[in-house]
Design a protein. Structure first.
Length: 363
């Protein structure tokens, strides 16, 4: 029993903040679920960056979703201050009892003081300033020496205040919504694809050092197509990812259905939910596959699978066994944006991982 546990009978409203990237926000979704399961009567709001809002916007436990637009900084000091003040005024009106701050972002300390919440929990930062150390009532410990999945680390914030989530509440939650579902149903019909009848490949990432080379992706596509698989390529509408997809398509003898750059994040989730399996690198789409309950083959290089593997879903990790330096966390070997431990992964290993999850189509 936590000595200074919070009595959730006295908590009416909670604000959960996760100011990070898309995958990080999705991996925080169990925090909302666990709060709702433990105290069904409370109202749960979240604060995230605007581009990551789709990761939580349809979460069944969520009351309100508030966003920070990173473009405010480019609008000048006056406009940024105006937007920030409007957000703060809105949050103050909610009269939160608890702030759950899930990063080391300094905004959390300012928010706790400005919102005057009765309780506030945040990560314990090594060498933290007095301002940070005196801004919260509770601090949860970050791992030292041992490695821990990011979902469990997020949930440690709740454990620190006396809430110990059950396994059912630990699952990722992502709801595409009716509009996204309808769009994907129409796209599948147009491409003559059936739900459960295709493998999704998402080879790209915003971080180039996490990508598998286009020639190997193309070779894998050809091998799977020869076995009778229907293959769907997805990717972000980013020029670098678009160029990578074009390179892959140009190298393959097969004709994969290319939906890259055409889908919103919620449409991507709806499409993934209809795939028989997902193949990709450590990225937000890999976490989306886990949220949708789709078997996943995940290729890992410099990032660590212990912290970032597909969560609570059938999966296989493909990672180098001949590079003892991984996971190093670097942006490529020597900062080169190219990770040898990832680029050298054999096609046969990825193929075998997929076949360990799903059988080849009957010919």
């Amino acid at each position: 029993m936590v000595a200074d546990a919070i009595d959730f009978a006295d908590v009416r409203r909670v604000l959960v903040t996760k100011l990070r990237h898309h995958g990080d926000v999705l991996l925080a979704s169990p925090v909302l679920s666990a709060l709702a399961a433990h105290a069904p009567g409370i109202e749960i709001d979240a604060l995230v960056y605007s581009e990551t809002a789709p990761m939580l916007e349809n979460h069944p436990a969520l009351t309100n979703l508030y966003t920070i637009d990173r473009s405010w900084k480019r609008q000048g000091v006056f406009q940024q201050a105006k937007q920030e003040w409007a957000l703060l005024r809105t949050l103050r009106q909610r009269r939160y009892d608890l702030l759950v701050h899930l990063t080391e972002h300094p905004r959390g300390a300012w928010l706790r003081r400005a919102l005057r919440t009765r309780y506030g929990v945040a990560p314990k930062r090594a060498g933290a300033s007095r301002f940070w150390s005196h801004s919260f009532t509770h601090f949860y410990a970050l791992p030292r020496g041992t490695r821990r999945h990011t979902v469990e680390l997020n949930l440690d914030a709740l454990r620190r205040v006396g809430l110990h989530p059950q396994d059912d509440a630990k699952r990722l939650q992502l709801v595409p919504g009716a509009e996204a579902e309808a769009r994907i149903d129409a796209l599948l019909a147009a491409h003559q694809l059936e739900a459960g009848g295709f493998v999704q490949l998402h080879p790209g990432s915003r971080w180039l050092f996490k990508c598998w080379p286009a020639p190997r992706v193309a070779e894998l596509i050809d091998r799977l197509a020869a076995e009778g698989e229907r293959l769907v390529l997805t990717g972000a509408p980013d020029p670098r990812e678009a160029a990578m997809i074009a390179d892959i398509v140009g190298r393959t003898r097969a004709r994969p259905d290319d939906l890259s750059g055409q889908l919103s994040l919620l449409e991507l989730a709806a499409l993934t939910a209809r795939a028989k399996a997902f193949i990709g690198v450590d990225s937000a789409p890999m976490h989306i596959a886990a949220a949708m309950g789709v078997p996943a083959v995940a290729l890992f290089g410099p990032s660590g699978e212990t912290e970032w593997s597909p969560w609570m879903v059938s999966h296989r990790i493909v990672a180098s066994t001949v590079h003892p330096c991984r996971p190093c966390g670097n942006d490529g070997c020597g900062g080169s944006k190219v990770s040898d431990c990832l680029t050298t992964l054999p096609v046969s290993d990825v193929h075998a991982a997929l076949r360990a999850l799903v059988p080849a189509p009957a010919q």
